[in-house]
Write a protein that binds this ligand. Structure first.
Ligand code: SF4
Length: 424
């Protein structure tokens, strides 16, 4: 059978779809790069914002129009709206998050395949091709952030045992992967449901001690519960100097209404510790503007705080009410035009700090993992890749260096990208 996988939303969805593809490959099926050629299309949907939900529906319709013989939807939107098979053409099954790990066994009816040693993991073909492997180490969340539909769709926090995580990482490394990204709904809560007070720090130490992975990156980590022991992990240079800490708002009042376990003061302290312990770290974030009841003063406070934090990059989301969340019942809806303007101002601040962070690297030598390579007419290769601290770099080489790590002297900065020369 030919199977096409697609996903919307977060890195956890990407990790899951890569894992599912591995199940189908292990059972002898082909993973194809377009829905046109597929007997089966599986889409891991997202519901985090109204736009992500609409994108998920759109992908399903596109797969149908492309002639996919059968479509299965899973993920957060599929969990929250189990009747999607009656609404979207070509959808034969809707599988909840709770059952998605069994999709291959459910369809193929051959559970024994999945007791085999994992195959060397190779990237998905086509648009989902990545040189990085996303590995799911945790699902669900026990917090109650009032805007968050993900915790509703994903349920309680569940950690993947460290031995299983290691096995997946070893399979990825055997498949030629240079960089592994640990992913979860609330990554920092890894271990909370396990015996013996184990934490994410213990998991990362175990991975570093037992694998040959060249680069290990942590995906989004909630900005609390990270102690000094956690930051000592960066003594091992294989851990990428990048922390994505979703602040969501820089206003103390809004953070309280969001039921976040942080305040601007605590966040400031955390960022100071991270910068002290991890020189050159890129700290990136997510910000919501137009949360219910966000006043002009609160927005101004948030904007000032975001400016002060000098983030290396950030995503700005206009608040969109998700049915089933506490925030969707809060009074004080912020008018669309006001939210739009706040989004523009917040983006400007983040773009400025991102440009400053990028520019300080001109003249430095950085390690770049090349993610794409395009052959030029003169026989050279145009390369594009990422540093460990999440800077995008362009370079040239006389051979295809895709999926290789090179030391690059950074020469210039244009339109968000750095350009440099390979020096080793
Ligand atoms: S900690 Fe993250 S996943 Fe958990 S409820 Fe809050 S926003 Fe959602």
């Amino acid at each position: 059978m030919k199977v096409f996988f697609d996903t919307v939303g977060c890195r956890l969805n990407q990790a899951e779809i890569e894992h599912l593809a591995g199940d189908f490959r292990a059972a002898g099926h082909d993973i194809v790069d377009t829905p046109e050629r597929a007997d089966l299309v599986i889409i891991n949907t997202c519901a985090v914002t109204a736009a992500a939900a609409s994108d998920s529906r759109q992908k399903s319709r596109q797969a149908y129009r492309a002639g996919a013989a059968e479509i299965i939807l899973t993920g957060c939107l599929a969990t929250l709206e189990p009747g999607l098979d009656g609404q979207l053409p070509g959808v034969s099954r809707v599988v909840s998050n709770q059952n998605k790990a069994q999709i291959a066994a459910m369809l193929l009816g051959r559970e024994e395949y999945f007791d085999l040693e994992p195959l060397a993991r190779t990237p998905l073909p086509g648009a989902r091709k990545r040189t990085r492997a996303f590995i799911k180490v945790q699902d669900g969340c026990d917090n109650l952030c009032t805007f968050c539909i993900t915790r509703v769709a994903r349920g309680k926090a569940v950690s993947t045992p460290k031995e299983i995580v290691l096995r997946e990482i070893q399979a990825a490394v055997a498949g030629g992967v240079q960089e592994v990204v640990l992913s979860g709904v609330h990554l920092g809560s890894w271990g909370i449901d396990m015996e013996g007070n184990v934490t994410l720090t213990d998991l990362v130490r175990y991975i570093l001690a037992n694998s040959e992975v060249k680069r290990l990156r942590l995906s989004s980590t909630e900005p609390w519960g990270l102690d000094e022991r956690f930051f000592l992990l960066w003594q091992d240079q294989r851990i990428c100097r990048h922390l994505h800490l979703p602040l969501q708002s820089g206003s103390a009042g809004v953070l309280k209404r969001m039921l976040r376990h942080t305040t601007p003061g605590d966040f400031r302290q955390l960022v100071a510790t991270a910068r002290k312990m991890i020189p050159g770290v890129a700290i990136t974030t997510d910000i919501i503007v137009g949360f219910p009841g966000e006043t002009e003063e609160e927005f101004a406070e948030s904007l000032r705080f975001v400016e002060e934090m000098e983030f290396a990059a950030g995503h700005v989301f206009k608040y969109s009410a998700r049915p089933g969340t506490a925030a969707s019942r809060l009074p004080g809806r912020v008018h669309g035009k006001v939210a739009q303007e706040r989004s523009r101002l917040m983006r400007e601040v983040l773009q400025r700090s991102a440009a400053s962070y990028t520019e300080i690297h001109i003249g430095q030598a950085l390690e770049v993992l090349w993610e794409t390579a395009v052959e030029q007419k003169n026989g050279n290769w145009l390369l594009h890749g990422l540093t460990d601290n999440y800077l995008e770099v362009n370079g040239l080489a006389d051979s295809n260096r895709c999926n290789k790590i090179d030391r690059v002297k950074i020469r210039s900065h244009t339109a968000g990208n750095l350009a440099g020369e390979i020096i080793l």
